[in-house]
Design a protein around this ligand. Structure first.
Ligand SMILES: O=C(CCCl)NNC1=[NH+]CCN1
Length: 331
């Protein structure tokens, strides 16, 4: 059975993250979760989360679900690239997204969450869509929702159609031809250690020359911005009046009044262009004349991340066949 679910930006001002409605248990409990191709744990705020760490989030209460079963002796603990994290224990229960149901999905209930999760009331947990090898449940790693659902889908794929300051969609099991233009370019995926890792064929700043390069990075719906090698982002921000790489603000900032170029990245023989407006990410604080860039250096990260700023410029196919591939199309 295929499915389709909304990807809703959690903030009307800028696209920090996108959440998608899911139901868990019997009777169904609805939560809004952040679908994250950059990790592989499905965890939720729960009745096991200390109330001091819950600030407006909906919670999953396994004790209120007749189909919930404790996965005895199993725990989990995850740390994300941005320093946020959470930990807890594990149940299995019925899990439905956009009409696709997995019975006995591992649902990781949080017993601790870091402050950045506590402070974001619109995110009630995450659904990892990376490869299951990254799952942190101990002693037995669990399968992602997509790995569990794959065999019931018409095709072992899911697609991301994220949008700038608008609601997009995640589709499961099929490719909706109305959501993109031209052809989809498929690239090989390196599945070790478990991210959707692919190699971009280069970049261009605005209308400038295309620079062939091999940029190895991950397609990560769970990261807001895009982090690329220092020489790439330096050549981009060098074209922006007043842009500086600020230690104080923790990245490239620029005068909100400055004109930004677009950014184009290669996907095989094709390319995707990120409009300048997507890279004008946000004012430092409400009303500030200082703006924070959506394109930042990856040098401190150790990995290049094609986050939402890049993904929302494309229609992206996460093909879970053997071998997996990733498809990119303009839209
Ligand atoms: O952790 C990462 C980066 C992996 Cl290199 N992405 N996913 C995510 N989820 C919450 C914050 N970031």
């Amino acid at each position: 059975e295929n499915g389709s679910a909304a990807a809703i930006p959690i903030d009307p001002r800028f696209d920090i993250a996108y959440v998608t409605p899911v139901t868990i248990g019997t009777p169904p409990q609805t939560l809004y979760l952040d679908f994250d191709t950059g990790s592989s744990d499905l965890w939720v705020f729960s009745s096991h989360t200390p109330e001091s760490q819950v600030r407006g989030q909906r919670i999953y209460s396994p004790e209120k679900s007749s189909t919930a079963k404790l996965l005895a002796g199993h725990t989990w603990s995850i740390l994300y690239g941005d320093g946020s994290g959470s930990l807890g224990n594990v149940y299995t229960d019925n899990f439905t997204v956009g009409g696709v149901t997995v019975t006995s999905q591992a649902v990781q209930t949080a017993q601790q969450v870091s402050y950045s999760f506590t402070s974001q009331s619109e995110i009630h947990g995450l659904v990892g869509l990376g490869f299951s090898t990254l799952n942190t449940v101990f002693p037995n790693g669990q399968l992602t929702f997509f790995d569990n659902a794959k065999s019931t889908l018409d095709s072992p794929v899911f697609t991301a159609d994220l949008k700038w300051k608008k609601e997009g969609t995640y589709d499961f099991g099929f490719i909706d031809e109305t959501k993109y233009t031209g052809e989809i370019t498929y690239l090989p995926v390196q599945t070790d250690p478990g991210y959707w890792t692919f190699t971009s064929s280069g970049y261009a700043v605005g209308d400038g020359a295309f620079h062939p390069a091999s940029i190895v990075g991950i397609a990560d719906t769970g990261t807001s911005l895009t982090y690329l090698p220092a020489e790439v982002v330096t050549s981009y921000w060098g074209q922006v009046d007043g842009a500086v790489d600020s230690d104080y603000y923790g990245g490239y900032v620029f005068p909100c009044s400055s004109k930004l170029p677009s950014f184009t990245f290669g996907v095989g023989p094709a390319n995707i262009t990120i409009p300048a407006s997507y890279i004008n990410y946000a004012q430092i604080t409400e009303g500030s004349p200082v703006c924070f860039g959506g394109l930042q250096s990856s040098s401190w990260l150790g990995v290049n991340i094609w986050g939402d700023v890049a993904l929302k410029a494309a229609f992206v196919v996460f093909n879970g066949a053997n071998p997996p591939t990733i498809g990119w199309a303009k839209k």
